[in-house]
Design a binder for this molecule. Structure first.
Ligand code: CIR
Length: 269
């Protein structure tokens, strides 16, 4: 069970530290995960090793990593991010937009709800994937995509606003999810793909428009001054160093073949 009271510990300079990360191990069925690209088939052995690197990266960023076992019923189960959204002390359990993934959220809820003061749900007819939700401090962007519908977005917006978050809802025009091409490498600025940089939902926020070739790496995770990011993007690693952030690159080739990025593989609080 979780440890209520350990959320929100303060680090140096009074900044809130993130403490826990939840991941789910990939199983042999990962090869049958949902995908919409022409990349080669997933190598499950390599995916397992990349997941191990990923867990190490979260630990390097200061997290205690909680590991769920693989469930062969759910090939896409390692993409735990889609099953839940964390809003401070509130855990929001989603209703995944692709019916094949519905049910993944149960094991996630059972394992981590004890860490939170309350657990709430996205309910029918709403559906929402966590990959469509970008939270940075008390700002939240919600994307309406092939996985998240208007009702799901509106439900989350209401839950967020009731808890003090400023919420913007926008249409996802590029990629599977909102966060496929935008992410927060630090706590006050975004990396964004040039094709969506002019979306007015991202007005009034500091952003770095990446080169088109670096688009895959926009999806990243900011954890305790570290930027956990896809390996192979030296320009963005250099950018982190210039900003005083510590880049922690992780090879992601096998998850990319399933349209997944860095943030998809964890829930962090
Ligand atoms: C899917 O299509 O649902 C998975 N193959 C990939 C999910 C990626 N998740 C995410 O971006 N949050």
């Amino acid at each position: 069970m979780g440890r209520i009271g350990s959320i929100g510990e303060l680090g140096k300079g009074g900044k809130k530290m993130r403490t826990f990360g939840l991941v789910r191990l990939p199983g042999n069925q990962l090869v049958n995960g949902i995908r919409d690209n022409d990349l080669p088939a997933v190598d499950t052995g390599l995916a397992g090793r990349q997941h191990e690197n990923y867990r190490d990266a979260l630990r390097q960023a200061g997290l205690e990593v909680i590991v769920l076992n693989a469930d062969e019923q759910f090939p896409d189960g390692p993409f735990v991010e889609d099953a839940a959204v964390v809003l401070g002390r509130t855990l929001v359990i989603t209703r995944p937009g692709d019916g094949r993934r519905r049910g993944e959220e149960e094991a996630v809820e059972n394992r981590i709800r004890g860490f939170f003061e309350e657990t709430v749900r996205i309910t029918e007819p709403g559906c929402l994937d966590g990959g469509d939700v970008l939270v940075m401090g008390h700002q939240m962007w919600i994307g309406i995509s092939g996985r998240t519908n208007r009702q799901g977005a509106d439900q989350l917006k209401k839950l967020g606003e009731e808890r003090g978050y400023r919420c913007r809802v926008t249409e996802v025009r590029k990629g599977l999810h909102l966060k496929t091409y935008v992410g927060a490498p630090g706590m006050d600025r975004l990396w964004i793909h040039p094709d969506i940089a002019h979306d007015e939902a991202f007005d009034n926020i500091e952003k770095f428009v990446v080169d088109e070739a670096d688009g895959y790496a926009c999806n990243c995770r900011s954890i305790n001054g570290h930027t956990v990011m896809a390996a192979g993007f030296p320009r963005l690693e250099q950018w982190c160093e210039q900003q005083g952030l510590k880049p922690v690159p992780v090879p992601m080739s096998e998850y990319r073949k399933l349209d997944g990025g860095i943030s998809c593989l964890s829930i962090v609080w």
